[in-house]
Design a binder for this molecule. Structure first.
Ligand SMILES: Nc1ncnc2c1ncn2[C@@H]1O[C@H](COP(=O)(O)OP(=O)(O)O)[C@@H](O)[C@H]1O
Ligand SMILES: [Mg+2]
Length: 394
């Protein structure tokens, strides 16, 4: 494999890939003679893009629609956890206002309310009082918060602990774990303010001990792979467990069925193995003997977000300083960017993720922030404490 095609792509990936407009994914794969297709976002997975490629005999890395339900429906996934004894928060489900209000009787505040369907990160509310919980159930059921996705709910107990993102490659039969990462969901320093898609992440050996990694593999990841096999939809692709490391051990908050942003940036930054070869092995049932080679230095990604994020954002602002940041040794991954003539401008909430590593986590943090300091656009906002949580461990 010698060439990468991105659909639709953006100016960042455009530096290493040919960006093409979509005439339909399968059509494009045939037209360009693509050897391996890797699916990024969740929506096409749930729509069955992997099933269609398989039927056409083309290699693709991602789950079939039946397995993508792990992310697509929180009710499906909670029932799946129960069926296969995967540790998770105690829960009830509700499909009407009456059921929702009745289910609340089984919980005390704070209580967690989750829309069943895809909600682009806006489907979870942690209610601090039972009054707030009742109001929120009413709003979800009325379709006011996330539309129809919220008319079916999971109501679950609030768990305390450190959150960890644990991602593994799966080929239906075998799992190869990536390095555990920690995201920072809240918009402001100290984990304050509303939740976002993620304001930064880091990867450091101290996030989980080797023993904790083995516990996660034994209690969460392998049962999930085995469960999907028994359900008749063997899981191929990136299996992402959002975990809460509680006093009672790891509990599964949710599964995603793709790589997470911004965890992917500091994880892949450290990967020395040939990613294309590994993903091809994943798509063709060949992960059994794959061992990944990682750079040992901790890595940190700081997200630079647009004014207004996570609410309505300002776009169209000129971005400068990416080359200067990369001259310092960082990699600046682009998300919400586009070309306006010859100007690179903002086009979304999370604009860039400035990623760097260092001999220690402290040095990695310093390197990422020094590079981020080179970048400028109007209204740019970012957290100043990405990775700090990791300094408190051990
Ligand atoms: N049971 C829980 N206890 C405490 N916090 C939770 C719980 N479930 C979810 N959260 C918090 O809410 C965030 C979003 O929940 P998650 O299940 O990951 O849904 P989504 O990513 O689809 O919005 C989590 O990252 C976590 O911070
Ligand atoms: Mg999540």
């Amino acid at each position: 494999m010698t060439k990468v095609i991105a659909m639709p792509g953006n100016p960042g990936i455009g530096e290493v890939a040919e960006c093409v407009a979509s005439p339909g994914y399968l059509r494009a794969a045939v037209d360009h003679g693509v050897d391996l297709t890797v699916v990024g976002p969740e929506a096409p997975l749930m729509e069955g893009v992997v099933d269609r490629f398989r039927d056409a005999g083309r290699a693709i890395f991602g789950p079939v629609a039946g397995a993508a339900q792990l992310e697509g429906s929180k009710i499906f996934s909670k029932n799946f956890f129960a069926k296969y004894s995967i540790p998770t928060a105690r829960y009830r489900t509700a499909e009407s206002l009456e059921e929702g209000l009745a289910a609340l009787d089984d919980f005390t505040a704070p209580v967690v309310l989750k829309a069943d369907g895809l909600a682009a990160g806006k489907g979870v509310v942690i209610a601090q009082s039972m009054d707030e919980a009742r109001t929120t159930v009413r709003q979800f059921m009325a379709g006011e918060l996330v539309g129809d996705a919220g008319r079916r709910l999971v109501i679950e107990e609030f768990l305390m602990g450190e959150e960890v993102s644990f991602i593994a490659l799966a080929d239906g039969e075998n799992l190869v774990p990536l390095l555990p990462a920690q995201d920072h969901k809240a918009i402001f320093d100290g984990d304050r303010g509303p939740n976002t898609g993620g304001m930064g992440a880091y990867v450091d050996e101290r996030i989980l001990t080797a023993e904790q990694v083995e516990t996660v593999m034994r209690t969460v990841m392998r049962p999930a792979l085995e469960g999907m096999r028994r359900e008749g939809s063997p899981f191929t692709g990136f299996l992402y467990a959002g975990l809460m490391m509680t006093a009672d051990g790891p509990k599964t908050l949710e599964f995603n069925v793709r790589l997470g942003d911004p965890e992917t940036q500091p994880i892949l930054y450290r990967l020395r193995s040939d990613l294309a070869a590994v993903l091809h092995a994943g798509a063709t049932g060949g992960l059994k003997d794959v061992v990944l080679d990682w750079a040992p230095e901790p890595s940190v990604a700081v997200v630079l977000a647009a004014a207004g994020y996570p609410g309505k954002v300002q776009t169209g602002d000129s971005i400068t300083g990416i080359a200067a940041a990369e001259a310092l040794g960082a990699k600046v991954f682009q998300a919400g960017t586009r070309w306006e003539g010859r100007d690179l401008v903002t086009s979304g909430g999370r604009v860039l993720a400035v990623t760097a590593s260092g001999a220690t986590l402290t040095e990695a943090i310093t390197a990422a922030y020094r590079a981020a300091g080179e970048v400028r656009f109007d209204g740019m906002q970012y957290r100043k404490d990405i990775g700090k949580k990791g300094l408190k461990r051990w």
